[in-house]
Write a protein that binds this ligand. Structure first.
Ligand SMILES: [Mg+2]
Length: 323
């Protein structure tokens, strides 16, 4: 097996887990090339030779990984997401066993699933058209404000920085969103409008139910509230109902579609997979890229099959304890 690891050393806490992964791959006798990204890396250049390898491992935070996945979209290279960032939500949503040796094993087994990516486009403040790929979600409004506020504390506090930032911004501004999904338009007032390829956020909470990255659709999520303490209510619901199936989340409106256009009544901040874009926007377009990533998955992943064969302890789930 020839493995290419593309690693961003500026992601997260500077964990050395990716080097454990590299050792696990090399110990098994496989060839492994470790490419360290420069600060101003160009994603298409960093993975230009990906086709020369059996597996490409993307190691970094959600922003880095999604940028690289977008550059690899449609290339059909088996790709493994390695969690080296602060939150690692994309890796969590893919759901593989996260330990370096487990991921090395998943790469060797080579089970893959074709999973969707998202793509978002907008016009920036100097009139330039910009396009970014995303693995998780992107959006305008309060979520972008939270990401911005969390930035100074991410290195020290990790995921708690997001919650601290949400609590420190209790009165987000309410704007009017005009959302067109596959030709159908709805209007809503709210504090944020996000497009999601995945809906599991910090704390294993599903903010909307049944969001999958293999249905070829984006979920559009509008949070209709003016008070962050109301936003915390669905999060609290999530703590007892992680699957997000419960009723009683009146403030979250969710829709599904392949192509989405969002117009906002006033300029708002935009974030893409947790990275705040410079300037403010009045509108954006997003679309699903169905099956664009060929992702390494294991039997722990909701997108993986049972690859381990029957248990040597037998297939019964009835356990007979001695009396
Ligand atoms: Mg989907």
């Amino acid at each position: 097996m020839r493995t290419l690891i593309i690693h961003n050393p500026r992601s997260g806490f500077g964990s050395d887990a990716v080097f454990q992964f590299e050792r696990a791959v090399a110990q098994a006798g496989d060839e492994c090339l470790l490419r360290i990204l420069e600060e101003d890396f160009v994603a298409s250049e960093a993975c230009a030779d990906a086709g020369d390898f059996d597996v490409v491992v993307l190691s970094g935070g959600d922003g880095t990984v999604s940028t690289l996945l977008h550059a690899l979209a449609g290339r059909d290279v088996p790709t493994c997401v390695f969690p080296s960032g602060t939150a690692n939500l994309l890796a969590a949503n893919i759901g593989n066993a996260p330990e370096p040796s487990s991921l090395a094993r998943a790469c060797r087994r080579g089970m893959t699933a074709r999973l969707d990516l998202g793509e978002i486009s907008w016009t920036d403040e100097i009139g330039q058209r910009r396009t970014r790929g995303f693995g998780l979600m992107s959006g305008t409004g309060f979520d972008a404000q939270i990401m911005q506020a969390a930035l100074p504390n991410k290195a020290m506090m990790g995921q708690a920085a997001y919650f601290a930032a949400a609590l420190a911004n209790p009165r987000p501004s309410v704007v009017r969103f005009t959302v067109t999904i596959d030709g159908r338009t709805v209007e809503r007032e709210g504090i944020t409008c996000m497009v999601a390829n995945n809906a599991m956020i910090q704390g294993d909470i599903q903010i909307v139910p049944d969001c999958r990255m293999d249905d070829g659709l984006l979920d559009v999520i509008i949070v209709e509230t003016s008070d962050a303490t109301q936003l915390l209510a669905p999060i609290a619901f999530g703590l007892v109902d992680r699957a997000g199936k419960s009723i009683g989340r009146p403030h979250i409106k969710s829709l599904k579609g392949r192509e989405v256009r969002v117009e906002v009544s006033e300029p708002v901040a935009l974030e893409v997979d947790g990275e705040v874009m410079p300037g403010l926007v009045r509108s954006y377009e997003a679309r699903a890229l169905p099956g664009a990533a060929r992702m390494v998955v294991d039997s722990m992943s909701p997108y993986g099959g049972a690859d381990e064969g029957p248990s040597r302890f037998g297939g019964s789930d009835v356990i007979a304890y001695p009396k």
